[in-house]
Design a protein. Sequence first.
Length: 147
Amino acid sequence: MKIVAQNRKAFHDYAIEETVEAGMVLMGTEVKSLRDGKANLKDSYVIIKDEEVYLLNCHISPYSHGNIMNHEPLRTRKLLLHRKEIVRLQGKAAQKGYSLIPLKIYFKDGRAKVEIGLAKGKRQYEKRETIKKKEADREIERAMKTR
């Protein structure tokens, strides 16, 4: 499994409760650009419209050796999920405070996949608590190594 892009900020800003793997509908030049590792998930999000799932604001750079038929970098991309998964995610995302966030793009068995997380936004004090907990865990780990 080759990871192309990760949304590191998502784990800082959101509490991820559930993850789902989805396929992506891509053009040929987008696949080539993804294989080069030229993708960015910052500020991207997932919406469900008319029982179809779409990825918005995901930046995939134009392919360097592409011609005039090259893709648009910020176009809306359709995601492939089973109908049951879409209905279940739609019900959970409709609750107040929840949203669907792409966590990473990767290749699995030669196909581009995106991992979607059902996320609930963290408040400022929750973010600070998370940082303090990580620092404390690092200190404990360092102390254990030196012994």
